[in-house]
Design a protein around this ligand. Structure first.
Ligand code: 1JT
Length: 253
């Protein structure tokens, strides 16, 4: 389904990463993909994973440094000459900001969370657009805390709200270039990022018991939805946030 398509994947840390599940699903359909790693300690892990896919490329990219973002798109242009899809699966907030009350969020934690988790989508969309000469699809990852209060999610909820709004504004801007922009709102998944969060185990069981499907969503299910969103099967969908959460978000009492 993705033969002759080129993708750029931000946010792989290890094999449990949502970004890796997206890349696996797209790679199985014939896509060539480039990967970025945020820090030197993740380089080897990302290189090992990328090596399992044909024609891949691995690049350093910390989105807080615009020069690294520019260099990433230059390298993609150099190797592949174009880009068809981009997966944005990055977020960060200081650990203390994901505990206790939102009201104590510092200016610095707020700025960092919004910059890395929300602004970075606009940053990479601007870099990707000139390479998406044949149209394209951009997919980002959100979470229910963007829409409703989820205890402890705090400033990340505010950042995800900004991310979902950015998805709509970017979709409106880039639609004339046939570039679609959508978000996946995934249910909680036990990834490296999530494991650093206190109470993750109880959140997973709480959600798994209440979701209509009576279980937690898997990274592979999120990856398959990303595959749908980057493929032509979703050609009429843009600016949308699609829940992939075993139905959790539809429940009232
Ligand atoms: C980050 C982290 C972004 C964890 C994240 C995240 N988006 C979802 N999760 C999992 C999660 C975290 C909390 C939560 C529910 C789900 C950690 C590193 C920074 C970025 O609260 C109930 C806190």
């Amino acid at each position: 389904m993705l033969e002759n398509k080129v993708g750029l994947i931000f946010g792989v840390a290890n094999k449990r990463s949502i970004a890796w599940a997206c890349a696996s699903a797209c790679g199985a359909q014939g896509a060539k993909q480039a990967f970025t790693f945020q820090a030197e300690r993740l380089k080897e892990s990302v290189e090992d994973l990328a090596a399992t896919l044909p024609d891949s490329l691995v690049l350093p990219c910390d989105v807080s440094d615009q020069a690294q973002v520019d260099a990433t798109f230059d390298a993609v242009k150099e190797k592949y000459g174009k880009l068809d899809f981009l997966i944005h699966s990055i977020a960060f907030a200081p650990k203390e900001a994901l505990e206790g009350e939102f009201v104590t969020t510092t200016r610095e934690a707020f700025t960092t969370a919004l910059q890395i988790s929300a602004f970075s989508l606009t940053q990479v969309a601007l870099g990707a657009a000139p390479l998406m000469t044949d149209g394209g699809s951009i997919v980002t990852m959100s979470y229910y805390g963007a829409e409703k209060v989820v205890m402890n999610y705090n400033v990340m909820g505010v950042a995800k709200a900004a991310l979902e709004a950015s998805t709509r504004y970017l979709a409106a801007d880039l639609g004339k270039q046939n570039i679609r922009v959508n978000a996946i709102s995934a249910g909680p998944i036990n990834t490296l990022s999530a494991r650093g969060v206190r109470g993750m185990g109880s959140l997973l069981s709480y959600v798994g018991e209440r979701a209509p499907l009576k279980r937690n969503v898997t990274a592979a299910e999120v990856g398959n939805t990303a595959l749908f969103l980057v493929s032509d099967l979703s050609s009429g969908i843009t600016g949308e946030t699609i829940y992939v959460d075993c139905g959790y978000n539809i429940m009232g009492v």
